[in-house]
Design a protein around this ligand. Structure first.
Ligand SMILES: NC(=O)c1ccc[n+]([C@@H]2O[C@H](COP(=O)([O-])OP(=O)(O)OC[C@H]3O[C@@H](n4cnc5c(N)ncnc54)[C@H](OP(=O)(O)O)[C@@H]3O)[C@@H](O)[C@H]2O)c1
Length: 392
């Protein structure tokens, strides 16, 4: 057992809470997503900087966050084990804990319980407050539905091993409504932010059916914060109230009163502290008309420039041929967003010179294995050809 010293703040910020419908559960509006934890080696997603991440999560809990979201594959399978360590010393009882069934790993009915029991062991807990079918889309839903996942979930609920049941989702509105209508779900998790504002239809549909909606990727995995185009920075700088890009992004989401909880995958202590402060003021319907218009302008600037809607969720990885797919898309989008600057072209060409372990777009053989796993349904192989043409 690792022994960490965690400096706890003396005065606890009264984090804003929202009540989940049909339950006695009150969740903090900010939840901690354990998918983008700090790393010791930036090239190795499983190398969680446990000392730093431990401090960050316990600090968040000590200051009002009462919801932790992890999943079987996060950080190469290490996230669940690590969260298990963070939740020792009485911290398990302070939070609602969510993990997810990795539907891609399921081949037969017996796999459901095999994986579920493994997850209980990895997290070293007796039950999960919320258990989600991970990353549902048309194909994965159809597979697990046929294999009897709903009976399996009923069984877990009866045994008290899960309290609330739901699914996280990456597909279109039609598939979403089909899944919602197929079972008596308690919660669902959707990607919703000012760039992906069309997901409001799903928010409305689920809420009307009495299903609690949890939001993931509120900053599009950091894309709505990092290296913003100058026009957007200027809009934020000229706003009547000064706020950071992250605060504008979160504020846009929590302005929707139907959203119960917003997950953020914070990767530094500074982000945790800033986000705690932001969510301390998380009031729905508080955005002024002027602010709403500004956010529409910001969205338009982004939409006009982003070439590939990749969120760096890493679901496509590993590529069997070694292409670092999210890095390729980030470089391509940056190239487009920042006036086709040579900086990104040069960077790409430096990488492409490598004889050994090359990971650039030209290594793609078009096997399309990654495309089945992409929650954004990006035709990755075609975009790799575009990248080679533009940057190669
Ligand atoms: N079930 C699913 O299918 C699924 C899919 C995706 C996510 N999720 C869950 O949802 C959680 C939330 O999604 P997300 O991690 O994509 O959330 P997010 O908040 O959209 O993105 C997190 C990233 O935003 C940046 N960020 C956050 N706060 C910031 C601040 N105050 N200032 C500057 N930058 C800030 C950081 O980027 P940098 O690291 O670049 O600084 C951070 O890594 C995940 O952690 C995961 O638990 C689930």
């Amino acid at each position: 057992m690792i022994n960490y010293i965690c400096k706890v703040k003396e005065s606890v910020i009264p984090m804003n809470k929202r009540k989940l419908k049909n339950t006695n559960i009150e969740v903090s509006t900010l939840g901690f997503g354990a998918m983008r934890l700090p790393l010791l080696d930036p090239k190795d997603n499983s190398s969680i900087d446990e000392k730093e991440a431990f401090k960050m999560i316990r600090y968040a809990i000590d200051n009002g966050v009462n919801y932790i979201d992890t999943a079987y594959p996060y950080h190469g399978g290490r996230s669940e084990i690590f969260i298990g360590k963070v939740l020792k010393d009485g911290y398990r009882e302070k939070v609602y804990l969510t993990t997810k069934l990795p539907c891609g790993n399921i081949k037969c009915y017996e796999d459901f319980s095999k994986i579920f029991e493994e997850q209980l062991k990895k997290l070293d807990v007796k039950y999960f407050d919320i258990y989600l079918l991970h990353a549902m889309n048309k194909k994965s839903w159809s597979k697990v539905h046929k294999l009897g996942v709903l009976d399996f979930l009923d069984g877990l609920k009866e045994q008290g091993k899960i309290k609330q049941v739901g699914f996280s989702f990456h597909d279109n509105y039609e598939v979403f409504t089909e899944i919602i209508d197929s079972y008596d779900w308690d919660v669902c998790q959707i990607q919703f932010n000012y760039f992906d504002s069309e997901a409001k239809d799903m928010l409305d549909y689920a809420t009307d059916k009495g299903i609690n909606v949890i939001v993931m990727e509120p900053l599009r995995g950091g894309a709505l914060v990092n290296d913003l185009p100058e026009e957007i920075t200027a809009l934020f700088n000229n706003a009547t109230t000064k706020r950071s890009p992250a605060e504008w992004g979160f504020r846009w989401v929590y302005n929707h009163e139907k959203v119960k909880l917003i997950l953020s995958g914070m990767s530094t202590m500074e982000q945790v502290v800033e986000n705690l402060n932001t969510f301390d003021k998380a009031t729905a319907n508080s955005m002024t008309e002027e602010e709403k218009v500004m956010m529409e302008q910001v969205t338009k600037i982004f939409k006009d420039k982003i070439l590939v809607p990749c969120t760096s969720c890493q679901y496509c990885m590993p590529c069997p041929h070694g292409v670092r797919i999210p890095l390729m898309f980030a470089t391509y989008n940056n190239y487009s967003m920042f006036g086709k600057s040579d900086k990104y072209k040069n960077q790409y060409q430096e990488w492409a010179k490598k004889d050994k372990d090359r990971f650039t777009a030209d290594v793609c053989v078009g096997c399309r294995i990654c495309e089945e796993k992409c929650p954004q349904n990006i035709i990755i192989s075609e975009r790799m050809v575009d990248i080679v043409k533009e940057l190669g």
